[in-house]
Design a protein around this ligand. Structure first.
Ligand SMILES: [Zn+2]
Length: 79
């Protein structure tokens, strides 16, 4: 294998520290120095809290990936 390929460590996706404000979709920071994360600022955070209190913001259903049931069943069988 060419050494050049081993040196290639591209990060196609953005940094995990960068995200969009769930309230206004503006770019925001998830860094610990952002006291309003994941929101862009105090205003968006307060607005979102207001939605929660008034019940207009519902929890989305958790999407659970299909479990590998076959593996679990096979693991319990002793041949
Ligand atoms: Zn915002």
């Amino acid at each position: 294998m060419p050494a050049a390929q081993l040196m290639k460590h591209d990060a196609p996706t953005g940094s995990p520290r960068s995200a969009r404000c769930p309230r206004c979709q503006r770019p925001t920071s998830l860094a610990p120095d952002n006291p309003w994360r994941p929101f862009c600022g105090e205003r968006c955070r307060l607005l979102d809290c207001g939605d929660w209190l008034s019940g207009t913001n519902a929890l989305p259903a958790e999407e659970v990936p299909p479990a590998a049931e076959g593996e679990l069943l096979d693991g319990g069988v002793v041949h």
